[in-house]
Design a protein around this ligand. Structure first.
Ligand SMILES: Cc1ncc(COP(=O)(O)O)c(C=O)c1O
Length: 426
């Protein structure tokens, strides 16, 4: 690399996950702002249809966030005190917070030992022994965009219930006849598993469109409904939509925009939440979804360049890449430093920051967080997840980056590691 001279200027900073807001996005938002209708309305309905087609689900419902949607889904399924929800310890707090909000118990699973890992996801072999009559939901997380094979999990769950039975103490639980497979796909829109897109494999799959996600609507989320009969996805869609809007039987668009007599009349059928998506958000999402196949290709090229450049580096383990019938959405590029280097993780992050390269760490496992420690979860029971977290650095990967940027990150990383190794020896 040429050494910087007094006349050369610094290369531009590489952010961690800046949103990709192009002119089409700005035009779409402007169109909605000028339309006279800015909250949930035709644009949100159109985004729901676009998403349903993209993920191959009969119905998609949009909401204000992953968290809002996951919460109303747990309520719809009657999850409450005494119920258990199985989920990984290595995830963002939202996955478990929504369970605590319902007064239910998160049953946390450690990462498998290295050598038996599936990316940074939990495996079915870990879930099966924890299933019990109290289990109402199984909630795997597609960490970094690497999809859990949900259709295989659904088959295994159905088989388990055929042997052990299931007592649903709520009408929706009785109708499904087994625990709900609720996929946390906050990272994995566009991934594929078992021959179908993420969104078609679980019972319900929830995506996030938070500002750092592959597709963003600033804040927002969507739930793909692929429930088996006798549950009717169209009916569940109407219920969840209404749960996101105070339990109103009609949303504002149907009240104000319809011309019939008494169009203002509505009922509140249950005390719902307020976590609907606005048409402004949906306009952003629709543009991003149209562009998304190209964005995914771009992400894959960046990830492949990282792999090509880093695979010779023995001090670093690389993330799972697409293989056979599973394809990642390349949301995060989480590298794992090997034992000798993990003590230097923060110094490496600082060294990259000094070169204007932003990184991140995903995730502090739930048992190291105060809220979960105080609820009795012990770090000692989650050694694998904590070990993975201690060694993790998420390198930047996003639509604003070029292959040259990847090279810059790799050069800065290798320099930092060489310097730190040198210091450790001297
Ligand atoms: C794994 C995971 N689940 C859930 C969420 C929550 O998403 P939202 O911010 O849309 O509520 C996030 C957000 O970062 C996440 O990373």
């Amino acid at each position: 690399m040429p050494s910087p001279s007094a006349t050369s200027h610094r290369p531009s900073p590489i952010g961690f996950a800046p949103p990709f807001i192009d002119e089409d996005t700005i035009e779409a938002v402007e169109r909605v702002l000028r339309s006279g209708w800015i909250t949930t309305g035709p644009e949100t309905s159109a985004f729901e249809k676009d998403l349903a087609e993209y993920v191959g689900a009969p119905k998609v419902v949009c909401g204000g966030s992953w968290t809002g949607l996951a919460g109303v889904i747990l309520d719809w399924f009657g999850v409450g005190p005494g119920d258990e929800v199985i989920l990984p310890a290595y995830t963002y707090c939202a996955t478990a917070n929504v369970v605590l909000h319902r007064g239910a118990t998160p049953v946390l699973i450690d990462l498998p030992q290295s050598g038996q890992r599936d990316g940074l996801n939990i495996t079915w072999e870990q879930v099966a022994p924890l299933l019990s009559p109290r289990t109402k939901v199984v909630m795997p997380v597609d960490i970094g965009g690497w999809p859990v094979p949900c259709s295989a999990w659904k088959t295994a769950l159905t088989h388990w219930v055929s042997q052990h039975g299931f007592k649903g103490d709520h009408p929706m639980q009785a109708a499904l006849g087994r625990p709900l497979l609720l996929s946390d796909a906050a990272h994995s829109l566009g991934g594929r598993s078992g021959g179908h897109p993420v969104g078609a494999g679980a019972d319900i799959t929830v995506f996030s469109f938070h500002a750092v996600k592959n597709i963003t609507t600033a804040e927002g989320g969507a739930a793909a409904l692929t429930l088996p009969p006798p549950l009717d996805n169209a009916e569940v869609y109407r219920t969840l939509r209404s749960h996101c809007l105070h339990g109103q039987s009609k949303d504002a668009a149907s009240k104000y925009n319809s011309k019939g007599k008494g169009q203002w009349r509505y009922d509140v059928t249950h005390p719902g939440f307020k976590c609907n998506m606005t048409d402004i958000q949906a306009a952003m999402g629709r543009v991003a979804l149209k562009r998304y196949p190209a964005d995914l290709q771009h992400r894959a090229q960046l990830a492949e360049r990282y792999v090509e450049r880093l695979s010779g580096l023995s001090a670093v383990d690389l993330p799972q890449r697409s293989h056979e019938d599973r394809h990642t959405a390349d949301h995060l590029f989480i590298i794992q430093l090997q034992e000798g280097m993990s003590a230097h993780r923060d110094a490496i992050i600082d060294a990259l920051a000094s070169q204007d390269i932003a990184t991140n760490v995903h995730f502090p496992p739930l048992p190291v967080l105060t809220a979960y420690r105080e609820r009795g979860f012990k770090a000692a029971d989650f050694r694998e997840a904590i070990g993975a977290f201690d060694r993790a650095i998420s390198l930047p990967i996003h639509r604003h980056m070029s292959l040259n940027d990847v090279d810059r990150v790799v050069d800065a990383l290798t320099d930092a590691m060489a310097n730190l190794k040198g210091q450790a020896v001297s």
